[in-house]
Each structure stands twice: as structure tokens, then as C-alpha cells.
Design a protein around this ligand. Structure first.
Ligand SMILES: [Zn+2]
Ligand SMILES: [Zn+2]
Length: 423
């Protein structure tokens, strides 16, 4: 490879991107907030590998889903095995539960995870092949109260992140006993209206007519609006579950809209399906989507264990979150000379032990250059160590916002800095 080729090759892979430090600090705020909220509900982090056997998603996500048919990031490894970069998280959690028999260990089966997912679709504005999700899953809780609780938990996070204009859309997609009847009725109507559907939906009409409701084309949506609705086909158990779910949402004071065409893009949902949308997002307005998947663990060869969960797209969440990074005691060291440099190292070591962020750069600079450097990088404080400070055994620190100066020993300054931080 010559130099030019190398240069050309040294960019991020199509559909992926770098999250540079300035942006990454916003990600850290959102991630930390999500973790702390989930832990308030006794959820624990479960980290599964990014890469899984392809069958996991063919089985879990459903062979007829758009993800599996069009969007999987699949390749053969050197051993000739087909592997897939996970397109979603739920199948991995289910696999982990079965593999480690977590259901037998007696701990709450409440998990969260934050990390990258991969879909090999055509990269377009705002959509990436590597994207990121916040994911939450609960297992072994049949009660519709848990369906409402995870919706409430999602709202708590969105509220904390300042996401406004939110609305919750809810539906029941039925279960093994009532959905087939609905599916038949739907298939019949869909096959009768083939000429009014796009080629993609024509294919879905036979394979999985429910998915036609997901089509974004106006003509298909118009046609689908005449189709029968699942709500009229629910069995007594599904109906009762749905009604109770709604009554718990009322209990929490969460306003919702019943959306009978909300089926979500996955095969495995049963009963509850929901989406939280925000008016701040434009047309692609879903910020959180989830639902119940009561048969999935069993279908994977595991125990009879119902499940429910949701995912939030981090990129979308960040585009509407109202947060700002706050560094409150970032101290830049302005030192002059070799002896002051050593003193800086000693003081920085002490301040760091008190939880104060210190930057000592190893460049010879004059006082003026030090200050313009501190300004440029957004330091809150400049700690000055020159000959005078060394001879007096006192340090000087300048507040870069108020321009106020303080003098004192490292211990005294640490107190000032930590006081300021807690304000
Ligand atoms: Zn049912
Ligand atoms: Zn269509």
C-alpha cells in the first residue's frame, strides 16, 4: 500500500463515526444518568459480547423481520462460522440467561445495558451502521404492573434529561392464542389489496402482514388504515392484561394514546407494545420503544420465563436532551521553572487525591502564555507557581470566571476548590 492509499484508507468505516471528547462528555452525562436511574429500580448491568452466532438473531429477532432480511451485519469468521454484530440486545440477554441459568439464582432478573448495536443498512443522514442503545429488560414478571413500571422508568429518565413534548403510544399485539386469528383476517384483507401495496408490503402480505403497518409509504399507510385491528381480536387474557397495564399508567399519571397499528418491527412481541415519541424530533419521532416477549426464552430452549423491555436510541436521545457539560473545578497549572514544575507535580498529586481535576502540561511557558492556554481549554482555575510562591510557601489560584484570586497552602486551596464545587 503506498502512502496515498494508506491516507485514503485511514478514515472511519462507512456508517461509523468517532465521538470526539467534546461530544463524548455529553454521552457520559446521559449514560451516568441512565445507570443511576435504572439502579434506583434495582436493575443491574449485564454486558454481553458485541458479536454473536448469526442463528441467535435469526431465531430471536425473527427470520421475516426487516432487521434479519435486510440489515444484519453478518460475515464469516476465519473458522467459517457465520457471526453477526448484534443488531439489538434482547436476544443476547436471553442467551445469557439460559447459558448461565440466571433464572435459578434467585436474584431479580432486571438488567440494563448501554452500548453499540450494528445494522448494515444504507447509511443515511442521522443513521449509522454502528449506533448506540440504552436497553432495559425484565424477566419472570407476568404482572402488567411491571409493563407500566418500565414505562414510568423511561419517563423518569427522559424527564431528567429535559426531553419535552413526550407522548406514550400503547398497544397490545396479542399472544400465541389470539394473534393467529387476527393474522389470518389481516392476511386475507392484505392479499385482496395487493395492487394497492408497495412491492415490499406485497411480500409482507403473505409472510407477515402485521408488518405492513410499519411501512412509511403514504399509499400503504392509507391502505393499511382500512385493515382490521388487533384490538378487536384480543383474547380475554390479553384484553385483561392490556386494561390493567393502562390502569397502572393512569395510576402513575402517564398520559397515553392507544395506537392499534403499533406493532413494532420485531416478531417476538406479545401483549404489550409501546413507544414514547417526542414532538422535538421531527418525523422520526420515536425515542423509546419496547414491549413484552413472553415466549422468547422458551423458544430459545430455556425455561418458561416471560420478559419485557425497551430500548432507547442514544443518538436520538442526545439530539433532544437538554444537558450541558459542567466542569467545575478543572485546575490548570501555570508554573515557571524547574523547581516550580516539581512543586506543581506535588500539589497536583495532592489535589487529585481530593478529587480535583488537575492539568500540568510539560511545556515551557511564560505567565501570559499559560493564561491564554488556560482560557483556550476552558480551565475554571489557574494555579500559579512561580519564584515568589515558592519562596513564600504559598500558592495562588485564580478563578477564571470571577477573576478573584486566593492565596494559601495546597490544603487551604483544596478546601476552597471543593467548596466551590459543591455549590
Ligand atoms: Zn391473547
Ligand atoms: Zn409498503
Amino acid at each position: 500500500m503506498n502512502k496515498d492509499q494508506l491516507k485514503k484508507g485511514l478514515t472511519a468505516i462507512k456508517g461509523t463515526r468517532d465521538i470526539l471528547p467534546e461530544e463524548a462528555q455529553l454521552w457520559q452525562i446521559v449514560e451516568a444518568m441512565a445507570k443511576s436511574i435504572f439502579e434506583l429500580y434495582a436493575y443491574r448491568e449485564l454486558r454481553a459480547p458485541v458479536i454473536e452466532p448469526t442463528e441467535l438473531f435469526e431465531k430471536g429477532t425473527g427470520a421475516s423481520s426487516d432487521i434479519v432480511t435486510k440489515e444484519m451485519y453478518t460475515f464469516n469468521d476465519k473458522g467459517g462460522r457465520s457471526v453477526t454484530l448484534r443488531p439489538e440486545y434482547t436476544p443476547s440477554v436471553v442467551r445469557a440467561i439460559i447459558e448461565h441459568r440466571l433464572d435459578l439464582q434467585g436474584f431479580p432478573l432486571r438488567f440494563y445495558y448501554i452500548g453499540p448495536m450494528f445494522r448494515y443498512d444504507r447509511p443515511q443522514k442521522g443513521r449509522y451502521r454502528q449506533f448506540h442503545q440504552i436497553d432495559v429488560e425484565v424477566f419472570g414478571e407476568k404482572d402488567p404492573a411491571v409493563d407500566a413500571e418500565i414505562v414510568e422508568m423511561a419517563h423518569r429518565l427522559l424527564n431528567k434529561l429535559g426531553v419535552g413534548n413526550v407522548m406514550t403510544l400503547v398497544n397490545s399485539v396479542g399472544c400465541k392464542s389470539c394473534r393467529p386469528t387476527y393474522g389470518q383476517a389481516l392476511r386475507k384483507v392484505a392479499l385482496e389489496s395487493l395492487d394497492k401495496l408497495c412491492p415490499d408490503c406485497q411480500r409482507k402480505a403473505e409472510l407477515n402482514p402485521l408488518r405492513i403497518f410499519d411501512c412509511k409509504l403514504e399509499t400503504c399507510q392509507k391502505t393499511a388504515s382500512t385493515f382490521p385491528l388487533i384490538t378487536d381480536f384480543l383474547c380475554a387474557e390479553c384484553r385483561e392484561h392490556f386494561e390493567k397495564f393502562l390502569s397502572y399508567l393512569d395510576f402513575y399519571g402517564i398520559s397515553y394514546k392507544i395506537e392499534p397499528t403499533l406493532v413494532r418491527g420485531l416478531d417476538y412481541y406479545t401483549k404489550t407494545a409501546f413507544e414514547i415519541v417526542t414532538g422535538d424530533l421531527g418525523s422520526q419521532n420515536a425515542i423509546c420503544g419496547g414491549g413484552r416477549y413472553d415466549d422468547m426464552v422458551k423458544e430459545f430452549g430455556g425455561p418458561e420465563l416471560c420478559g419485557i423491555g425497551f430500548a432507547m436510541g442514544l443518538e436520538r436521545l442526545l439530539s433532544v436532551a437538554k444537558i450541558s457539560p459542567a466542569r467545575k473545578n478543572f485546575v490548570y497549572f501555570a508554573y515557571m521553572g524547574e523547581e516550580a514544575k516539581k512543586e506543581s507535580l506535588r500539589v497536583a498529586r495532592y489535589l487529585r487525591s481530593k478529587g480535583i481535576e488537575c492539568l500540568v502540561e510539560f511545556k515551557d511557558r511564560g505567565l501570559k502564555a499559560h493564561f491564554s492556554r488556560a482560557n483556550k481549554i476552558g480551565a475554571n482555575w489557574v494555579l500559579i507557581i512561580g519564584e515568589d510562591e515558592l519562596s513564600q510557601g504559598k500558592l495562588q489560584i485564580k478563578d477564571m470566571v470571577t477573576s478573584k484570586q486566593h492565596q494559601g497552602t495546597a490544603e487551604e486551596l483544596a478546601r476552597i476548590l471543593t467548596d466551590k464545587r459543591s455549590q
